[in-house]
Ligand binder design. Structure first.
Ligand code: DC
Length: 225
């Protein structure tokens, strides 16, 4: 079974996905971390962010791997054997990743990897195009969103807790709005609500209520309703 959770950045997808996966006994796939890993390698290797062919070749040849977090910490991420768990959360990656993820060559390579991973078991998969492009047949599709200001507040709190990334509210809000515009207007698999997705606006919902709503949907679909 695939539970697809799409939505703009800062809507709470990561924490909701983790909690839903834990409750359902599913594994969790953070596809944003994959695009971030390609951006990290591009910056490290001096590959231009507008060179779609070179970035696509990188995405096809460098394996991205995940491992469980230590002591309840975030899931660990590796690209080509280098651990990038923290390095992909910096403000520099926040600024670069939308350009990287807009290239169809990069998307094709990562979508192949995502389908291979997701087909191996029951997964909660979070991203931007999971219900529309990666797993259009997903049994559960959720579009999780929240107001721009609420998303910026949450991203600042998350960066503070992680000790990495910007904690300046205005800068984070501007980055969120800039990324939304790029993610929604790109030609290749733009961020949009799948026709059959359930939209959850979490602006004034508690975290537990969001998790419960998604788990209820999964329970209904499992029961064939
Ligand atoms: O969810 P996130 O902030 O970690 O995502 C990082 C970037 O990757 C974001 O700018 C959009 C892009 N992305 C995408 O285009 N498709 C996905 N399935 C996941 C993320």
């Amino acid at each position: 079974m695939i539970v697809a959770i799409d939505g703009p950045s800062g809507a709470g997808k990561s924490s909701a996905s983790k909690a839903v996966a834990a409750q359902l006994g599913f594994a969790c796939l953070d596809t944003g971390a994959m695009y971030r890993s390609i951006a990290w390698r591009a910056l490290r290797d001096g590959i231009a962010l507008d060179d779609g062919d070179a970035l696509g070749a990188l995405a096809r040849t460098e394996p991205i791997d995940f491992a469980p977090g230590e002591d309840g910490g975030p899931q660990r991420v590796f690209i080509g054997g280098d651990e990038v768990t923290r390095a992909i959360r910096t403000a520099q990656i926040d600024r670069s990743v939308s350009a990287v993820s807009a290239h169809p060559q990069v998307r094709a390579a990562l979508v192949d990897q995502q389908r291979r991973i997701g087909r191996a078991g029951d997964y909660v998969v979070e991203g931007r195009d999971i219900g529309t492009a990666v797993f259009p047949d997903a049994q559960v599709k959720v579009f999780l969103t929240a107001s721009n200001e609420e998303r910026a507040r949450r991203r600042v709190a998350q960066n503070e807790a992680r000790g990495v990334g910007s904690t300046d509210f205005k800068a984070v809000l501007a980055d969120i709005e800039r990324r939304d515009a790029i993610d929604s207007s790109r030609e290749a698999s733009p961020l949009k609500v799948a026709d059959d997705a359930v939209v959850i606006d979490s602006s004034s919902m508690s975290f537990d209520a969001v998790v419960a709503a998604i788990c209820d949907l999964a329970g209904e679909r499992k029961a064939g309703r």
